[in-house]
Design a binder for this molecule. Structure first.
Ligand code: PLP
Length: 422
């Protein structure tokens, strides 16, 4: 094997949940015959109405004279102009903004936005000073753990917890008594709604974070992979927040196009230009086929309609199935907590004072044929000891109602034994 550089070393490692996925795939492969219930998936469900929309848009593109121009030619790094125009028009009319095409960058998936941002604004400055990529509330998206070429740049903060003991619910809040954004901060990133917790930061919390960052001209990247208007995977009322130092980042992955890799960054011109140059160096530009079909789906209003009428209700109902199943199966006298289901495609659980680690619990659940994701991989950049980090599980809302219900029964049985064992 050729010798690797520091960056090579860093980038060739599997980070966060990807490492666990390997274990899960091996478990599923080796466990032939065992009827595993797999509640680990991060891949969205293929909903028939959503697939049909993308098929229809593809057919329109195939029969249009535009086709050759879309797939047989290079384009600008910023993105396919008709798609950018549709985004500008949609966001201006929907949210009363004054965007021009200079405020938009199209990327191959939204993950790449965080990679560009983490390395353009985070890492060592030309004077050798470390600029941090600040995650204001941990846990957050595991993918942020691998985006920086400089591992020590990613820095996250432990949250405050609202706990409803009697009803077994909890909710994370940013801890503003700890959160520091200053001249050592390169950029701020968080997901809203949040993967894994399903938390939605309030408008006031978002504005406060943006206001803390503004005096230092720090860009705030709001990862809106689950936000309205598409895929609109918010189960609580929420409005996207825009502002001078806010970069609103969209993904079309949960709106049915994960395979096409399509992300959108909306923000001030100078930040967009930095990201665009990064993109030119990395991959020239995003594929144009996905952009051309998305221009049709968004321009016609069909995507936002399907998002609120099909995608959101589908996952919201799944969350209710989890809640109901847990309330029926879990012992009331144990300190288990479900995070408030405010959005995204996961349920997030916390087992207070769990007498083992989340990894050990994951192993025990595998023994009864249940696969969930141990929570500790969702705390990228969190330094210091915090027992909570090893007391959580992520449950995917992509399974059938029956699988979820049976899975929660198996979970309850194991958890009861685990707490009893001390
Ligand atoms: N951000 C969050 C919060 C996610 O959950 C995901 C994917 O699961 C991504 C970003 C990456 O999305 P994309 O497919 O647009 O790269």
């Amino acid at each position: 094997n050729p010798a690797l550089t520091q960056f090579g070393e860093r980038m060739s490692r599997l980070t966060g949940v990807r490492a666990i996925m390997k274990d899960i795939i091996e478990t599923l492969r080796s466990g032939k015959g065992k009827d595993f219930i797999n509640l680990s998936a991060g891949n969205p469900v293929i909903l028939p109405e959503v697939e049909q929309l993308w098929r229809d848009c593809t057919e329109q593109l195939l029969s249009s004279p535009e086709y050759g121009e879309v797939v047989c030619r290079y384009g600008s790094s910023q993105g396919y102009q008709p798609f950018i125009d549709v985004i500008v028009e949609d966001f201006n009319s929907r949210y009363g903004l004054n965007l021009t095409d200079r405020n938009v960058l199209i990327t191959p998936g939204s993950q790449s936005i965080y990679f560009y941002a983490a390395n353009a604004f985070g890492g060592y400055t030309t004077e050798g000073k470390l600029k941090k990529v600040v995650l204001p509330l941990s846990p957050d998206y595991t993918g942020y753990g691998g985006v920086s070429l400089i591992p020590e740049a990613v820095f996250s903060y432990q949250p405050a917890l609202d706990i409803d003991e009697a009803n077994h619910y909890f909710k994370y809040r940013p801890d503003f008594s700890q959160l520091t954004i200053d001249e050592t901060t390169g950029c701020v990133v968080f997901s809203r709604p949040c993967n894994p917790s399903g938390n939605v930061l309030t408008e006031a919390e978002v504005k406060k974070i943006a206001a803390l960052a503004a005096p230092f001209e720090v860009p705030v990247f709001i990862d809106s992979a689950y936000a309205p208007p598409f895929p609109a995977l918010n189960f609580t009322e929420m409005k996207p927040v825009f502002g001078e130092n806010i970069i609103h980042c969209i993904s079309l992955s949960k709106a049915g196009l994960p395979g096409e890799r399509l992300g959108i960054a909306i923000g001030n011109e100078s930040t967009i230009q930095v990201l665009e140059a990064f993109q030119t160096n990395m991959c020239i530009h995003s594929p144009r086929y996905g952009q051309a079909i998305a221009a049709r789906a968004i321009g016609s209003g069909a995507l936002s309609e399907i998002a609120t009428e099909v995608i959101r209700p589908y996952y919201q109902q799944k969350f209710t199935v989890v809640e109901t199943a847990l309330n029926q199966a879990m012992p009331n006298n144990l300190p288990w907590f479900l995070h408030r289901g405010e959005g995204a495609i996961f349920a997030w659980m916390w087992f207070k004072d769990l007498p083992m680690t989340d990894w050990e619990l994951y192993q025990q659940l595998k023994e009864v044929g249940l696969i969930v994701v141990p929570g500790s991989s969702f705390f990228p950049g969190l330094q210091g000891e915090w027992s909570h980090k090893n007391q959580c599980l992520r449950i995917s809302l992509t399974a059938t109602d029956e699988e979820i219900t049976e899975g929660m029964k198996r979970l309850a049985t194991v958890v009861e034994q685990v707490y009893k064992s001390v």
